[in-house]
Each structure stands twice: as structure tokens, then as C-alpha cells.
Design a protein around this ligand. Sequence first.
Ligand code: BES
Ligand code: ZN
Ligand code: ZN
Length: 519
Amino acid sequence: MFWLPLPAAGLVVARRVRVRRLWGRGLATADMTKGLVLGIYAKDKEEDVPQLTSAGESFNKQVAGKLREMLNISGPPLKAGKTRTFYGLHKDFPSVVVVGLGKRSAGVDNLENWHEGKENIRAAVAAGCRQVQDLELPAVEVDPCGDAQAAAEGAVLGLYEYDDLKQKKKMAVSAKLYGSGDEEAWQKGVLFASGQNLARQLMESPANEMTPTRFADIIQKQLRSASDKTEVHIRPKSWIEEQEMGSFLSVAKGSDEPPVFLEIHYTGSPNASEAPLVFVGKGITFDSGGISIKPSANMDLMRADMGGAATICSAIVSAAKLSLPINIIGLAPLCENMPSGKANKPGDVVRAKNGKTIQVDNTDAEGRLILADALCYAHTFNPKVIINAATLTGAMDIALGSGATGVFTNCDGLWKQLFEASIETGDRVWRMPLFEHYTRQVLDCQLADVNNLGKYRSAGACTAAAFLKEFVTHSKWAHLDIAGVMTNKDEVPYLRKGMSGRPTRTLIEFLLRFSQNSA
Ligand code: BES
Ligand code: ZN
Ligand code: ZN
């Protein structure tokens, strides 16, 4: 028999040996190297038969009903996110992976605050494409599964793994849309997912590689190749001094690595002088804690403490690729937080750009110190909105874990826009409070106007947000605490273990919707 359903791992190995032997005899064609991922829905009612997608149905016809036959004899109906692989059914696709999509009727779930159907497609396609990658096939065609954007996102996010520094790399699989479906939606999905993958790469890279200078160089290249309506300023220490960003400088001076204030402009609006949106991102390329040094266990994860800068810059690169008709400015204070003879000491007082003095009671609360100056600077562009993203507090992870990004905002409209964007992308946000209650706990300060440490241990994410609020006068501001969503273990099924690049897609979707509403 040529075809073979292979539920067991041992059989997969046997099959690989067989194909190698065929190749050895010179029987392989270019088509021997292509996989196909097809979706199948779960039964809506107990007595129903599971339905293939329309692409699945037409493939089944092409192979004279063999796919359906194989599915029926190879085991129980496929659960959502599960895969089953068949071999030798079709000359162009020696391996066909069928993936479970869950119920066809799945839509927006108002308790989960996401579109369950889209999430199911992302997860199923990711699992199917990884199966193809495990078979070491260099190409895969993917069923749009009724939503080509979600399918592309599943493929491109699911296949990504950071192996830049390994000699042995996973097979690079190129994913294409199967059939003559919605190519535009597929390309949009590729763009969204590639944006998130750029953020993942920046975050995962080790801190000795991803220095402030290197980060700025990469973003400069990415932005320039995305669009010619862009401008990049890589501001050195002397500029930061001229700007009187004493708070940012106080963190940077603890390290031998020079700081950079990265400023990127994308001028997509036909009116170049139209007010921009300003995005700000925390860019600590390594957070040791400084003199208030962190425990050594898992300290390596603090290479991703520039996740705010990575996600906002990637979102702006993506907006430029989409040619959105809006103006956007991205600001990223980039430096390391290290202990040294020059480092901040607990009790030191520093002065931010707006003149406010800050008592640095804990040098590990450095994110708010560098953001304070960047937020002051953001106001100078007279922006429509200011949004900042930061891996700001361990307390955010305690509060929501990786379930959602915490959003602290003084604007209900902005909240609604971010929330709605996140339902679409599945990279969720959840609103958190900006009460005076927390402000009082950072304004109670022995030596300065404001303390970088809250008076009590509780509600660390909220006191950090209250601190940032002291540097914001704009009426449309949102602070995204992304510390909880920084890494993925196995919670998001379509992301492999590692730095997540979240919530890049939500930021891109927000910008896309903003550009459509303001047009
Ligand atoms: N970068 C950390 C926050 C963090 C922790 C991000 C875990 C991602 C995962 C931040 O600079 C920090 O250390 N915050 C302190 C603040 C505290 C000293 C008030 C924290 O959360 O413990
Ligand atoms: Zn810290
Ligand atoms: Zn930090």
C-alpha cells in the first residue's frame, strides 16, 4: 500500500527511511518535498459526520474520496488543534496533514474576549505546519480554513523558532495559501505574524548581541526597507544629556554599554504635518536589577526587558509596510540596568525632563525611570494619543499571568479601541485601575517629588502605573504592562516556548483600525 495513516511516532521514522530510499534511487521529484495542511470541523451535533473545509472537500474529490476514507478508518474524530497525517494520497502532496478546527460556528466569545474561530484556526494550522516541518519538508500549502489571515498567522507564528545562533537549525518551511483563495487576507496574516516574529527575535536575542546600538540599527534597516516615508534618529548620550533626561541617564550610567534614545517616524498621512500617534517602549536590553540586584535564577530572561521597545517598533514597521495613512512616532529609551561604581544607589535622587525629582529607592524599578523622560519627550510632538508598552512589573505577571496585557488608561475611547483590536487578534488586553489611591503611595516620599517604589508591597503594577501618570498630562494615554505576556511556555498553542513578541499584532490591528476611523 502506498498511502499510510501514521498515528504512531515509530511509523513516522519508518516512513522517513522509505522516502530517503526512494530519493536515493533518484525517484524523487520537486513535488516530493511539499506538504499540505487541510482543516476539518468538529461535529455540531452528535449524529453528524465531521465536515471538511471547502478546500478539504475539493481535495477529497481529487483523490476520489480517499481522504475521507482514511479519516474514517484511522481513529476518532479530530479534536480542535490535533493533527493526523496521511501519506501518498496525491502526487503533488506526498504528506497531507489534517487538522481539527473545532466547531464551524465558533465566533466571538464574550467571556473569553476573543474570536474563538480565529484562535482555533491559528492553533490548528500552527500544529499542522509543525508536523510538516518535523517531516523536514521545505514547503507547505495551507487551507485558508475560512479565514486566510488567521491561517497565515498560525503558519508563520507556529513555524517560527529563534535559532539564529545555533549551528543545527530547524528546516525552513515556506508556507503558501492552498488553492485560489483570499490571497490578500493571507498576505495580511503573513505581515501581522512577521511583525510579531520580529519582536520575538529582538527579545530572544542574548543581551551581549542585542545592545542598544544593535537594536537601533536593526530597527533602522527594517523601517527603511518597509517604506520610504520614514525617518530614524539614533540619539547618542550627548543628545540625551541636552534633553535633560536625568532619570533615563541615571539608569544608563551604571553600564559600560552606551545608551541610545531611538526615535522613529513614519509619515503615512497625505498631510505630513497631521498630529502623530506616539508609541513609547521600555528598552532595557538587560535588567540585572542594578545595585538592588535580582536573584540569579532566571535572570537571563531579563534580556527581554526591551520587549516594550521591540513590540512598539515592530508594530510601526508593520504599519509602514501596510502604508497606513497616518503619522506615527516611536520612541525607545535603550540602555542596560547594571550594578557598578557608577550605578544608581538606593536613596539617590534624580531629576526628570519635566523637572520632577525622583527618589530611587529600588534600582530594579528602572523601567519607570527611563519611561518618565520618554513620556515627557512624547508630549513635545503634540500627539493624538500616547501609548507606551513596558515589561514593567513582576506584579503584573502575578495579577494576570500570560492571559492578557494589563492596560492602564485615562481614556475610555482608547481603552475600547485597544480592547476591540485584541478580540480580533486573540492577543488580549485587560483594563487595570489608575486610582488616586495608588498615586498617594508613590507621592509619599522623603527626599523628592515622587518615589520610584510604592509605599506598600501590594499592587505593584498599579503603583508603577501611578508613577508613570506623574509624567503624563495628555488626556489620551495608555500604559501597557506586558511583563506577564513576555514569555510563552505552552499557554499560547501557536507560539513555541520562548519570548512571545506579544502584543505586537494587537498594536498593528489598533493602528489599522485607527487609520480607517480617522480617514
Ligand atoms: N523588568 C522588571 C519587571 C519584570 C519582571 C518583567 C518579570 C518581566 C518579568 C522590572 O524592571 C522590575 O524589576 N520591577 C520590579 C519593581 C519593584 C522593585 C518595585 C519588580 O517587579 O519586582
Ligand atoms: Zn528592574
Ligand atoms: Zn526592568
